[in-house]
Design a binder for this molecule. Structure first.
Ligand code: SER
Length: 875
């Protein structure tokens, strides 16, 4: 059976068992700061397990895109060297949200795997593990399904802490978790390995194919296991592993899906498809994670998700280089990926060109990084005392220039140097600590969100209204009351406050009742609850109290102008630059709007003007903004743009502006008519990552203020050049021209002065055994200027040996030159090595010209004296 057929059979089987087929979610988890990438099928249902979100169904089945690189469940370093580690893989899953539990989960899995109608696997080849204390699951397997006890294994807390077990699954340090039962396939005794729980379990004979997790707890950061509102089921089966079983191969890399990727990789690199197997597997694996991550909106960068992507691309490039790739090759494999997986994941097809360009740019940049790193390393080696490259140098190269440590190691070996690996590790550790304290991915999302019930949002219709306090929190802990002066979080049953989402910031304002005022500084969402963050100014606030909620309407209105203008800008960008433009992020507050989108080159000033004009024309058109609630399919059929990383419910809100000029799915708050925006002004355009541009703009009063400031600055500039608004440009032009002339004159004067110095110096040359020898101190010139001077002196002397040295920024700079007629006997490089050693440094170069330096300025005269002795001995 082909992988695609297995995927389809799985989804169909569970549909027949009453499950709703749900599309894979984005690799960028929506609204979940605890997670770097989607790493399991259950991620998109996290809130359903926690009881925070209700869906129209209680049974679901998916084929989920997963990336396990960086964060918990990180497989990156193993990829290529084992038969089944991947950075990207597909997880087939079935889920129950408080519907069925252990019995059905187990019998469904068994039926799908063994029944003749489905996968028809031989029962005697299947082994099962259960959590040691889970008698219920053990009994279902042995008594009801009939798995013999000799193929059942109980596994306890085998990883050194309570609940740390191969048979206890957790999404992360916090969040939903529970005991699990795993199904293993025995690939046969021709492969080494033992059953799960045995000392040989790490072999490749017995392979876990399906994990059924019985979700029972929510673990919070304090380690407490809170029972979930309803026990649930989360299962996961790696598509690649089950394909290997059904295609009678042991390694995932031998399945149909990987064959074409391995071939395409070999072709792009220009090697045989069997060469350096591990490296080829790395490349074939990495093209999947890179392709899918870029399609989901990640771009290579130096932090967070972008940094992980960058590391994966670079790892692929290095392995390609190992196999002899010349120039960029990685992006050439994208076409094969699209051919293989584009039918199941259409985003690959629509984003193919974007993925290729991002990868190509990143490859080219990495090639430059390598070159630059090599240069920096050369400089550091020139100053090196001893034979060990210090940890800080290796770390600087690695961290700042992206220069991998193994490459530094290769170069060190060539020069008989060694690496201070411990020092490097120390720097890495310090870096990790800095990253951990700065990272948002460790937030304890759950400590705040144990909120019963949901908040109803009333803020589309107005900016005030009453609500009942459902819950209060202080420092992340639920409390019954807040008193004056305390900071905290208030949850209401209904609120007009917009909670931050879709790029629009949360509302601010206040909650009030008799003698009570709570200042709301921000509003965010946790599951279905809206959290009002702020401080209680006066009075005391209890759970159950009724308060009047008042949003700061003018801030909300300014934000609305920016949000609506963002939609117009998005539509205008697609009209002017092309349909490839898609939103990669946005931020809308009351001061300005920021819009990131995919596009590969800087936008020309004239294009920016057209964009601005188009948006302003829509504003002047003053059409009504239409809002319609409908289901997602109808919305898409109307051409509504859905945004990456957003999680849409069953009902969506479609926002139409300019009678169809812009149609977008959006939950934000907007203006009533486009004319309300008043004026739109772009204030900057630039690149934020490869293939992603950013536009910042202002609207309404802010736009007017921006133009007024510009007007003031123009007036000030005019008065500085003693001109007026009308002739300021001419005046500035004249000043610049004068400046250019003065610079030219200065250059000529400098050249004259240098030539005079040259004449003076030339006359101080002495004869040593018939060779004109000139050694002189010239302070304050850098290496380049000294080189020019030595060149000049060579011409003046006609034949001779020159050594110039000086102190520049407390460092000694040395340049030596020998005229061609003498280089057979006297080499500038040799002279330099001797002279530089005197000032505690290094140097070298060609026989006719050499450079060097050192740090001991007190011994410069001694170094210069070397010249005469050198000629004396050499002639
Ligand atoms: N969440 C579990 C896993 O990833 C089962 O899907 O193994």
């Amino acid at each position: 059976m082909k992988s695609a057929e297995i995927r389809e059979a799985f989804l169909r089987f569970f549909e027949e068992k009453g499950h709703t087929r749900v599309a894979s979610s984005s690799l960028i988890p929506a609204n979940d700061p605890t997670l770097l990438f989607t790493n399991a099928g259950m991620n998109q249902f996290k809130d359903c397990f926690l009881g925070l979100e209700k869906r129209a169904y209680t049974r679901a089945t998916t084929s989920q895109k997963c990336v396990r690189a960086g964060g918990k469940h990180n497989d990156l370093e193993n990829v290529g060297y084992t038969a089944r580690h991947h950075t990207f893989f597909e997880m087939l899953g079935n889920f129950s949200f408080g519907d069925y539990f252990k019995r059905d989960a187990i019998t469904f899995a068994w039926e799908f795997l063994t029944s003749d109608k489905w996968l028809s696997l031989p029962k005697e080849k299947l082994w099962v593990t259960v959590y040691a204390s889970d008698d219920e699951a053990y009994d279902i397997w042995t008594k009801e399904v009939g798995v013999p006890a000799e193929r059942m294994v109980r596994i306890g807390d085998n990883k050194g802490a309570p609940y740390a077990s191969d048979n206890f699954w957790a999404m992360g340090d916090t969040g939903p978790c529970g005991p699990c039962t795993e199904i293993f396939f025995d690939h046969g005794d021709h492969i080494w390995g033992g059953p799960p729980g045995s000392p040989e379990e790490d072999g490749d004979r017995y392979i876990e194919i399906w994990n059924n997790v019985f979700m029972q707890f929510n673990r919070t950061a304090d380690g407490v296991m809170h029972p979930l509102p309803a026990p649930s089921v989360d299962t996961g089966m790696g598509l690649e592993r089950i394909s290997a079983v059904l295609q009678h191969v042991n390694s995932n890399y031998e399945i149909d899906l990987f064959q074409s990727l391995l071939n395409a990789a070999a072709q792009a690199i220009g090697c045989g498809s069997n060469e350096g197997q591990a490296s080829l597997k790395v490349v074939a694996d990495h093209i999947r994670s890179c392709g899918f991550l870029i399609a989901d909106g990640v771009t290579p960068s130096n932090e967070g998700r972008g940094y992980v992507l960058r590391r994966i691309v670079r790892r692929a490039c290095r392995h390609g280089n190992k196999l002899g790739a010349k120039g960029s090759f990685f992006h050439k494999i994208v076409a094969a990926l699209v051919a293989e997986m584009g039918d199941a994941f259409s985003e690959l097809k629509t984003q193919q060109a974007h993925i290729e360009r991002v990868l190509k740019t990143e490859e080219e940049q990495f090639a430059k990084t390598l070159e630059q790193g090599l240069r920096i390393l050369e400089q550091d080696l020139a100053d090196l005392q001893g034979s060990v490259i210090p940890g800080e140098v290796i770390f600087k190269l690695y961290d700042t220039y992206g220069f991998p440590m193994d490459l530094t190691g290769d170069i060190a070996r060539e020069r008989e140097l060694t690496l201070d690996e411990e020092g490097f590790e120390r720097e890495m550790q310090a870096q990790r600590e800095r990253a951990r304290s700065a990272s948002a991915f460790g937030l304890d999302y759950n400590s705040l969100v144990k909120v019963e019930g949901e908040t109803r949002f009333t803020g589309y219709l107005g900016t005030s209204g009453s609500g009942k306090v459902l819950a209060l929190f202080k420092e992340g802990m639920a409390v019954q009351s807040l008193s004056a002066g305390e900071e905290g979080v208030v949850v209401l049953d209904q609120t007009p406050f917009y909670a931050e989402s879709g790029g629009q910031v949360g509302d601010c304002g206040y909650l009030s009742a008799d003698g009570l005022r709570f200042d709301v500084r921000d509003t965010s969402k946790a599951g279905g609850a809206f959290l009002h963050h702020g401080i209680l100014d006066s009075g005391s606030l209890q759970v159950g109290a009724t308060v009047e909620a008042t949003v700061d309407a003018s801030v909300r209105q300014s934000t609305a102008l920016n949000h609506s203008a963002t939609h117009l800008l998005h539509a205008a960008l697609r009209q002017i630059l092309g349909e490839h433009v898609s939103q990669k992020g946005s931020l809308v507050d009351s001061q300005r709007l920021r819009f990131d989108f995919s596009h590969f080159e800087a936008i020309k000033p004239e294009q920016l003007k057209v964009l601005e004009d188009k948006v302003n024309a829509e504003i002047r058109g003053n059409t009504a903004v239409e809002i319609e609630e409908t289901d997602i399919e109808t919305a898409k059929s109307k051409g509504a743009m859905a945004l990456f990383g957003e999680k849409y419910g069953d009902q969506v809100r479609v926002l139409t502006m300019g009678g169809g000029f812009s149609v977008e799915l959006c939950g934000g708050t907007h203006v009533k008519r486009t004319g309300d925006i008043g004026l739109f002004k772009i204030i900057s355009e630039g690149g934020v990552a490869a293939g992603v541009r950013r536009i910042e703009a202002v609207t309404g009063e802010q736009a007017l203020a921006y133009l007024n400031t510009a007007e003031e600055q123009l007036k000030e500039a005019a008065s500085l050049v003693k001109g007026s608004r009308d002739n300021v440009l001419d005046k500035l032009g004249a000043i610049l021209e004068r400046n250019r002339q003065l610079e030219k004159e200065l250059e000529q004067l400098k050249a004259k002065a240098a030539s005079a110095t040259g004449n003076d110096l030339a006359s101080s040359a002495v004869e040593v055994k018939g060779v004109k020898t000139l050694a002189a101190r010239v302070d304050g010139l850098d290496g380049k200027a000294l080189l020019a001077l030595v060149d000049q002196l060579k011409n003046k002397l006609g034949s001779g040996v020159i050594l110039l040295g000086g102190v520049q920024d407390e460092k000694v700079v040395l340049v030596a030159g020998v005229t061609q007629d003498l280089t057979g006997r006297l080499k500038a490089g040799d002279l330099m090595r001797q002279a530089a050693a005197v000032v505690g440094g290094k140097g070298g170069g060609r026989p006719d010209m050499a450079q060097g330096g050192g740090s001991d300025a007190n011994r410069l005269d001694e170094a210069l004296a070397i010249a005469a002795a050198f000629v004396e001995q050499g002639v």
